[in-house]
Ligand binder design. Structure first.
Ligand SMILES: NC(=O)C1=CN([C@@H]2O[C@H](COP(=O)(O)OP(=O)(O)OC[C@H]3O[C@@H](n4cnc5c(N)ncnc54)[C@H](OP(=O)(O)O)[C@@H]3O)[C@@H](O)[C@H]2O)C=CC1
Ligand SMILES: O=C1OC[C@@H](O)[C@H](O)[C@H]1O
Length: 371
């Protein structure tokens, strides 16, 4: 193959749930429709706990590709020689075991958010991935969308000055009164509740804005304050608010919230800098636009200029993270420089602490590795 041929990444898919369908649909879109010419994706294998579901998934989402294999166990996916990377779309509390099995089979892994149930599980996977020489990343798709890349460029040009305060919320009224208690959103055995499902999204904006800020020097927040409101249905958190104070070198505060009993709020995020603001549309997992406001002079609050940047593309937005995985694997990297292990680890440490303060303990046996 000549070097100007795109790199082909062959995926094995674990689970036939809602997000696996979205991921597969996106990676099967011709990458040239998003101006990507250096990588392409091949879905090689679908794995389900039920062979009939896997076959049905291939028929429904495989775009007529008759070479896609359908398996009735996940183990067959890990063992398949035609698979380079495994995408894991199972419920949160299965991510650790599924990732571990894939890594031990020497497959690269892209695992849905939240990457594990707790920080200790994640640390164990990070070590295992390094020992086995495979790439490992949490599927933090928002970070790879064109809007997030443009947002980072605005932060990096420095005109806004340092960030001081950020508010970000991801809420969605999931009609929990009418969901079965076995649904992954309600069942504590599946890590149910707002924090683990929706909390990664306010976190990603805080991480991009504050944790990654050069003045922060890679410090974790020095203080975390959290409160959870539980649903009486199963006791998982329905609404959670947590405040991260970056008080070590950067002096900034992120006020983050999520809810499964409220509709989305507008805007999704509001970030205040010494010299202006950034306002991000809802929903913050895939905003369509953001507005940058610049003050006439430092700290005045008078908006002199403002610019709104809008984004659209073909597909749901899950393919950009897949392109990142393909490029990293092609280049022999074991982690992404945009969403590396340290960022997922910070997320999981924060979630552990928020659950501790909120009194949300998983049932015994859910966490596979305890700290
Ligand atoms: N990035 C994003 O935008 C999104 C990410 N997610 C994340 O993806 C994960 C899955 O969510 P979602 O697709 O909505 O969930 P679904 O319930 O729709 O699908 C989960 C799938 O996991 C498999 N599975 C394995 N073990 C279990 C189990 N014990 N109970 C239920 N299902 C099981 C099943 O596939 P099978 O029977 O074929 O084995 C099932 O279809 C979550 O961690 C969530 O946070 C979810 C939505 C959006
Ligand atoms: O990751 C997600 O983003 C979109 C939400 O609707 C979904 O519940 C969540 O899992």
């Amino acid at each position: 193959m000549s070097s100007d041929q795109p790199f082909v990444l062959r995926w094995g898919i674990i689970s036939t749930g809602a997000i696996a369908a979205k991921f597969v649909s996106d990676v099967l879109i011709d990458p040239r429709t998003r101006a990507v010419g250096d990588v392409v994706h091949k879905v090689a294998v679908i794995g389900s706990r039920d062979a009939a579901k896997a076959k049905e998934f291939v028929n429904k989402f495989g775009r007529g590709d008759r070479s896609i294999k359908a398996y009735g166990t996940y183990e067959e996916v890990y063992a398949d020689k035609d698979v380079d990377a495994v995408y894991i779309g199972t419920p949160h509390t299965h991510h650790y075991q599924n990732s571990k099995d894939a890594i031990l089979a020497k497959k690269h892994v892209l695992c849905e958010k939240p990457v594990t149930s707790n920080a200790t599980e994640l640390k164990s996977l990070m070590s295992l991935a390094k020992e086995n020489g495979v790439f490992f990343m949490e599927a933090m798709w928002t970070r790879f969308q064109p809007l997030a890349c443009a947002f980072k460029r605005v932060l990096e040009d420095g005109r806004l000055g340092p960030p001081v305060s950020l508010r970000a919320d991801l809420s969605d009224d999931l009609d929990i009164e009418n969901l079965p208690t076995s649904h992954r959103i309600l069942d504590p055995k599946l890590g149910g509740g707002a924090l683990l499902d929706l909390g990664p999204y306010p976190m990603v904006w805080a991480i991009m804005t504050m944790y990654e800020h050069p003045d922060n020097k890679g410090e974790e927040p020095g203080h975390i304050a959290a409160s959870m409101l539980k649903t009486p249905i199963t006791g998982v958190d329905a609404t959670t608010t947590f405040v991260l104070t970056f008080n070590r070198t950067l002096k900034a505060q992120a006020i983050l919230s999520c809810s499964i009993t409220l509709p989305k709020t507008r805007p999704g995020a509001n970030i205040r800098f010494r010299n202006g603001n950034i306002i991000i549309d809802a929903p913050i997992y895939k905003p369509g636009a953001f507005t940058v406001e610049y003050f006439d002079k430092l700290g005045s609050g008078n908006v002199e200029t403002s610019e709104t940047k809008e984004f659209s593309y073909i597909g749901g937005g899950w393919h950009f993270q897949a392109d990142e995985v393909a490029r990293c694997i092609r280049d022999g990297k074991l982690e992404s420089s945009e969403w590396g292990h340290d960022k997922s680890l910070l997320e999981m440490k924060v979630f552990d602490e928020v659950r501790r303060q909120g009194g949300y303990k998983f049932p015994d046996g859910v966490e596979q590795v305890l700290g």
